[in-house]
Write a protein that binds this ligand. Structure first.
Ligand SMILES: Cc1cc2nc3c(=O)[nH]c(=O)nc-3n(C[C@H](O)[C@H](O)[C@H](O)COP(=O)(O)O)c2cc1C
Length: 409
């Protein structure tokens, strides 16, 4: 295709990104969704003014929908005490925040999640120790003296399913327009899906069907809570990118099961916070920044020594999950598709649209430029958010005030 032809094609497809579209039964003003990026702006677990301001800028900047990241379904689902959980104290602040945000014309989604055994939360309420599918060494909790995690009993599993159900009721009640269930990144549900962390030999472990039993029960419970007219998105892993973890072949099976279970849309991510986080957000290593954030000299020294081993190098490239997303799209019958991962240029956005993928989620470009959509529509030939994939935003997750893009300061 000649240059002007391909430009024509690109601009048509780019245009598609900025036109209204339906996510299940919900109309969005365009196809660009802010990805869940835990912002660290809920001091003491209460969604604060800073969280509101962060999302207000993004909503006013033109996205079709924003996602409030990492809303845990119960207090013990938090990685640390500073995370929000969907309990009584957060109810009114959330209600107010969502009401205000909706005035911008954007839709508001919330990511429902639970950390399972990936926890350094010393203020556990229901549990004595964090629990996942199988007992294991707690590499995250090590720093705060929580060395081991336990296996969930069947009763714990039932309690977890109920917490998702109740969170679904709660989310509808406080005004969310959609819910995104986190099935990936090494958190609770993904720990069950992954053969690396799930070594159970009961009906929740072993075959993929068994490892999917809990995630599918959760989907069913959330659907029951929110009804058919409320979109449920699922963020799934394409691979854990670690030896013995979830492979892309199995992930295709996961997608088929979530699709058959009635999920409205699938977001195809990858990597895990526990074993290989850089697979998820390619670009500059976070090793140095994470070391700087450690609370004491010993931990800082430890991270400096271990950092390069823990945080693998994944040089940035655009659309790094596109092949996996295509594989999932090709087997899914009913669910809509949401692309995520390195869609940072308008050319990439146009390409995702040209593939027929329904929506795109953006993380870092919107942290860099909350007005990405408005600015891109105003200058479709020249716009770039300015994100350099330096990943310093990631290293500020636990900084006072939460994440910042240092290029905006
Ligand atoms: C600061 C930061 C926090 C994140 N927190 C979450 C989170 O809470 N839940 C989640 O599913 N993904 C989280 N992610 C991953 C993003 O949703 C997304 O998958 C990743 O950044 C790749 O997309 P991007 O290239 O558009 O940034 C986070 C990413 C960043 C940069």
């Amino acid at each position: 295709m000649n240059q002007s032809g391909s430009h024509q094609l690109t601009s048509q497809h780019l245009q598609r990104a900025f036109e209204p579209a339906r996510l299940g039964s919900l109309e969005l003003r365009n196809r660009v969704i802010k990805a869940a990026t835990y912002e660290g702006k809920s001091p003491g677990g209460i969604p604060g003014k800073e969280l509101y301001e962060f999302h207000r800028e993004i909503c006013q900047g033109g996205v079709g929908m924003t996602t409030i990241g990492y809303c845990t379904t119960e207090a013990d689902g938090r990685i640390s005490e500073e995370m929000m959980f969907l309990g009584d104290e957060a109810r009114e602040p959330l209600k107010q925040m969502i009401t205000e945000l909706k005035h911008t014309g954007a839709r508001i989604s919330g990511q429902m999640t639970h950390c399972g055994h990936f926890s350094k939360n010393r203020n556990l309420q229901r549990l004595k120790r964090p629990k996942g599918p199988s007992p294991q060494f707690n590499n995250l909790g090590m720093a705060v003296g929580m060395f081991w995690t336990d296996a969930m009993t069947e009763r714990d599993i039932d309690t977890l399913v109920q917490s998702y159900h109740d969170a679904g009721v709660y989310m509808k009640e406080v005004g969310f327009d959609a819910a995104e269930i986190h099935f990936s990144h090494g958190y609770g549900l993904s720990q069950f899906i992954s053969p690396k962390t799930n070594r159970r030999n009961d009906r929740y472990g072993g075959s993929l069907e068994n490892r999917m039993r809990l995630p599918l029960r959760v989907l069913e419970a959330v659907r029951k809570a929110v009804g058919d007219d409320f979109p449920i998105l699922g963020k799934m892993g394409l691979t854990d990118a670690v030896k013995g973890g979830l492979s892309e072949d199995e992930a295709v099976g996961v997608a088929k099961m979530l699709d058959a279970g009635g999920i409205d849309a699938l977001i195809t991510s990858g990597g895990t916070s526990s074993y290989n986080v850089m697979h998820m957000f390619r670009g500059d290593s976070i090793a140095e920044g994470i070391a700087d954030m450690q609370p004491n000299a010993l931990m800082r020294w430890l991270f400096r020594q271990m950092g390069p081993k823990i945080f693998k190098q994944y040089p940035y490239k655009e659309l790094y999950f596109l092949d996996g997303c295509r594989r999932v799209r090709d087997v899914v019958k009913n669910a809509q598709m949401v692309y995520i991962g390195g869609c940072h240029t308008l050319e990439s956005l146009a390409q995702v649209m040209a593939e027929g993928i329904d929506f795109v989620q953006l993380g870092r470009p919107l942290i860099r430029d909350p007005a990405f959509v408005n600015n891109a529509m105003a200058a479709p030939d020249t716009y770039h958010s300015g994100c350099t994939e330096c990943n310093r935003c990631v290293t500020t997750i636990e900084a006072p005030g939460g994440i910042v893009c240092h290029l905006r300061q």
